[in-house]
Design a protein around this ligand. Sequence first.
Ligand SMILES: [Fe+2]
Length: 436
Amino acid sequence: MNLACNFRWIQRSAVLLLLVAAVPAGCILESDLEVAPQKVEPPDSFLLSWQRDPATTMTLDWHPSPGTQSWLEYRKLGEEGWMLAEGDRISVPGTNRSFRRAELTELQPDQRYEFRFNSEPPVYQFRTMPSLLTRPVRFVAGGDMLHRADWMRNTAASVMRTDGADELDFAVIGGDLAYADGEARKVGRWYDYFKVWTEEMITSDNRVIPHVAAIGNHELFKGYIHNYSPAEYNDPDFVRRHAPYFSTFIAFPGPDAYGVLDFGDYLSLFLLDTGHASFIGGVQTDWLRRELHQRGHMRHIIPVYHVPAWPSVRDFNNSLVSQVREYWVPIFEEHEVRLAFENHDHAYKRTHPIRNGQVDPSGIHYIGDGAWGVRTREPRRDDHGRLPWYIAEADSLRHFIMGEIDGDYIRLEMYDEDGRHIDRVTVAGPRVTVTE
Ligand SMILES: [Fe+2]
């Protein structure tokens, strides 16, 4: 690593100029010295996530408060010297703010790393993922995060009080994060989101839980589900124009609003876009079919998306709901998907395993329905008080889903916002024959 050149942006700080003797002399740029000094302070918040291989990379975003700057150092746990991560400065659209993003690469699988800001404590940790399933992998799933920051915080705090939370590997969020609707005047909601995450989603030994997210309708301008035409969606700049904050703030695998993250040979997370910045059918469905076809060797495949195919609250024949069933569900079934996370309805739900439009033990469990930190809704019932045929459990509860991938099985334990256990199910992977 070329430490000399990584010092370039730090030299903009007047404070660091005092340290200039420690900096290789050839690295000082005169133009840098003319820049008005900024205060060096710890960032307001930071977020860990992945754009590529979770076993060997980690993307770290940090958000300085206005008029301040901060720098990042990291090292493998147990090593002596700190490495400086310069990162890119990224402007936040419609504001005078910016943040830094560094993708750390060439890391070792299943290892702890330490990081800190401004060469000062506190020292945080992160952990890379194993490249093989040599130990159980644990995650938390949820969506529809922040109607109110205190609701999001309460659920997050309950996650981290749950048994096994100190072994959590990552969180996967199914859209509707900050409810900022792509609007500059609501950008403060994003900073609330990052602050809650920074302060709550951390283990007792200061290890920060990485954040993986799919897009929801409230990431889009005005928060509406516009249902644009396929031609409009084909504009390569669509995501950046219509979801400016999601596309800026959320490190994502690939350039589109949908992508896939592969964890060794044991997990593929498909982060899909249910018609917000991408048409459900057409290009996205072609991509999904192609990518699923290439992952026959994967032990587990989990699609994560916002609008449910099997809604607990909304109309079964809603346009986007119907499109998910029409375009994606047959492909999921064809490729032996057994578990999908759905959101958007603001209730808790677990479906029966479904295949070919009926309950089938070898079918797919659809679990959600997005109520981490939002006002909840009542699940839909018929005149006799019965839930739809496909729903096994549903309730009007803020909740989270703890998952443990252990060999060919994924064990799921569900809890309400205060950490009370509400449901559980074990889902078999695609190579396991499931019978009644
Ligand atoms: Fe939504």
